[in-house]
Design a protein around this ligand. Structure first.
Ligand code: T46
Length: 155
């Protein structure tokens, strides 16, 4: 089991510059298992602590690849390694935290304002990402020094 989160209470909207790695948490997703296998279903604003606006997945990842390497201004996400495993490095400009994702019934919630990198993908790994907004290139912060500077402007 992963660390169980509170269900959505409508109060998870945070300012980009005020979030920290302690706001990133593992969510225990429901798992229905029978002799025929397992099933996990998620729903907006209950199992997932935001309304889901977009779903994408990472796959065909070559050995040694690193993904991410940026932060988002508004976007919140839940990452689920549905096949294989990977490591996620989280960074709030002051502290870092490393999380290994290796179960289809465990999601990693990342609020806005967290720098993330994904690496150590196992062969054939597939990571599904549930996102709170449509894709917007303007939501990305890709320069780490600029990210740290913006986080330090927190009041
Ligand atoms: C994150 C990790 C887990 C789209 O056209 N639509 C999309 O929804 C996304 C996510 C990407 N793209 C395009 C934009 C780029 O040309 O796909 C290309 C690669 O995107 P990106 O650099 O965002 O890919 P990753 O895997 O480095 O990062 C993504 C997410 O952006 C990021 O938030 O946490 O996956």
């Amino acid at each position: 089991m992963c660390e169980i989160s509170k269900h959505f209470d409508g109060t998870n909207s945070r300012r980009f510059d005020l979030t920290s790695v302690t706001d990133c948490r593992l969510i225990d997703l429901p798992r229905i298992t029978s002799h025929q296998g397992s099933l996990t279903a998620v729903e907006s604003k209950t199992t997932i602590p935001f309304g889901i606006a977009r779903v994408y997945y990472l796959y065909d990842i070559p050995g040694g690849a690193t993904r991410g390497g940026h932060a988002h201004v508004e976007l919140e996400q839940v990452l689920v390694s549905v096949l294989g495993a990977c490591e996620v490095i989280l960074d709030d400009g002051g502290r870092t935290k490393s999380v290994r994702l290796d179960r289809a019934s465990c999601g990693l919630y990342i609020p806005q304002g967290i720098w993330r990198e994904m690496n150590k993908f196992t062969s054939g790994a597939v990571c599904v990402v549930l996102a709170s907004t449509p894709y917007r290139s303007t939501d990305y912060i890709r320069n780490y020094a600029s990210f740290v500077e913006q986080k330090q402007q927190a009041t």
